[in-house]
Design a protein around this ligand. Structure first.
Ligand code: UN1
Length: 509
């Protein structure tokens, strides 16, 4: 890991405030220590951003915006293209750092960097396609059209579970749109942020671009609060818990700023009688235990038709029995650790709560101890059968706990699927056209993502990513999500020698 850290420019102590070209500020006495959940060892320290440094960052960001907005969008795309190239160069090391600092499998660490590369490619193309519509004016010799302008400084708040990709979905799109970014990553994965920034700094420097096009600030919720209440930040994009999102939304709304939220999920897979059970098995097990159940798209509930219930639950238990839990950097393992001991406590509490409310454990969970598990963060993925959706089932626990339940009619299955406060991702496994069409219809899934014969997690970057209800309603990444990062301006130009008023109003004098 030492070599990896060196290549990514990570020091023993890293200054946590950077504006893209230089790290600056060292007045903070507070250091965030980053411990790996993999082996419990200290990886490095990052200084937290003081209020004074935050002010400096904001000043530089505002200055940088004045230059960056004038760079033609396709040229901004060229910078993002170069960042994508740099990520290709550092993919191995950055993926390893993600895996070591966050605890996800190496395959998923690399996958996350691949998502970054993909979003760069997407953003490059987008930089030539920031299209506005043109309209026919109701007045003669008038032209009417709309254009999209950048907004200014975009605040990005991201979570530990996707410590690099989620930032890039926001930052790369925001940047081709002409915005500058201030990023507060999770204090649980601060070194991933430093590494992304180091790579970006190389690209910005090589292109002689001003400081502050993209900056990182570090710290706890207080730094998030500075961003949320800062009227100089027209858009705050926040990814994380519903609890956090509600606080951010209220603060940003209090100043009538814009927010884009991507919050908790409680994602279900409906297994219909016609489902291909082999496909279903892979989709559901990866969905539930991948990333140790710490994706917002993780599969938390299986709603299984009674005709295939016992057969499928048996297959599931067998598959769980074969899971290898351990060092995520060892590619023989399927499941790595939870992020920290607080997450382990929440996992334990949820299992205890489910048992107390009548849940029947089908695959026993538990915290692992002994050699290789010294960090105390390794847990066994567990499966709990429930007869109805208990309170705990409606709550998102960021851990590998899968609740399974039976259904008899499709209407009942869809109602169960929708009967949670969250609305991010959903899936139906079926080979029956009627079932899948009903699931995707207006009376079907109420989620932002609805898949057929694909699990709930692992969305491609090309689609708009996000969900409804307590998931927050925002959309990031692909499709036309870019519109959230720009302000629309309607322009009407009169090239006649008269001044006809709209709606036929006469005003003569
Ligand atoms: C998240 O967990 O916040 O769809 C994002 C997926 C990933 C992104 C998850 N592409 O699982």
């Amino acid at each position: 890991m030492q070599e990896v850290l060196k290549t990514l420019g990570i020091q023993e102590v890293n200054f946590g405030t950077s504006t893209g070209v230089e790290f600056f500020g060292n007045t903070s006495q507070n250091l965030i220590e980053s411990y790996s959940p993999v082996d419990g060892k200290l990886i490095g320290k990052v200084s937290t951003t003081t209020k004074e440094e935050y002010e400096q960052v904001m000043e530089l960001a505002q200055e940088a915006f004045k230059t960056w907005r004038l760079v033609p969008a396709p040229q901004r795309g060229e910078i993002v293209r170069q960042y994508g190239e740099a990520l290709r160069k550092y993919k191995d090391e950055l993926g390893r750092l993600v895996s070591y600092e966050m605890g996800k499998s190496l395959q998923e660490g690399w996958g996350e960097v691949q998502e970054m590369i993909d979003i760069c490619d997407f953003a490059v193309g987008l930089s030539r396609q920031l299209y506005g519509l043109s309209m026919h004016s109701e007045r003669p010799s008038h032209r009417m059209y709309e254009q999209w302008h950048p907004m200014g400084v975009v605040g990005i708040i991201s979570a530990f579970n996707f410590p690099v990709a989620v930032w890039s979905w926001n930052a790369m799109i925001a940047m081709v749109c002409g915005n500058v970014c201030v990023w507060k990553g999770s204090e649980k994965t601060p070194l991933c942020g430093v590494a992304c920034q180091n790579i970006l700094a190389e690209v910005l420097k090589a292109n002689d671009l001003p400081e502050g096009i993209s900056a990182i600030v570090t710290g706890n919720y207080e730094v998030g609060e500075w961003i949320s209440t800062d009227a100089r930040i027209p858009l705050v994009s926040a990814t994380g818990s519903t609890r956090m999102g509600k606080i951010v939304a209220q603060k940003v709304a209090g100043r009538l700023g814009r927010y884009l939220l991507e919050l908790g999920g409680n994602n279900a897979m409906i297994v219909t009688p016609s489902a291909d059970l082999d496909v279903t098995l892979v989709g559901s097990v990866f969905g539930a235990v991948g990333t140790c159940g710490q994706r917002c798209t993780s599969t938390r509930r299986l709603i299984i038709h009674e005709s295939v219930y016992s057969d499928f639950v048996q297959k599931l238990a067998n598959a769980y029995g074969q899971l290898r839990i351990g060092d995520p950097l060892d590619q023989n393992n399927h499941v790595g650790p939870l992020i920290d001991k607080d997450a382990v406590a929440m996992y334990n509490n949820a299992i205890a709560e489910a048992k107390k409310s009548g849940g029947k454990v089908l695959v026993e969970g538990g915290v692992l101890e002994g050699e290789g598990y010294e960090s105390g963060c390794y847990v066994k993925p567990c499966v709990i059968e429930v007869e109805s959706q208990l309170d705990i089932v409606k709550h998102e626990t960021f851990a590998p706990i899968l609740y399974v339940m039976k259904y008899s009619t499709l209407d009942e299955a869809i109602a169960l699927q929708n009967d949670v406060p969250q609305g991010l991702s959903s899936a139906m496994m079926t080979t029956n056209l009627r079932d899948s069409e009903q699931f995707l219809s207006v009376a079907g899934s109420d989620c932002g993502i609805a898949n057929v014969n694909i699990g709930t997690s692992g969305a491609e970057i090309g689609g708009a990513f996000g969900g409804e209800k307590e998931t927050g309603g925002g959309r990031e990444s692909g499709s036309d999500s870019w519109k959230a990062y720009m302000r629309r301006q309607t322009n009407t130009i009169n090239y006649s020698t008269e001044l006809p008023l709209a709606q036929g109003i006469k005003f003569d004098f």
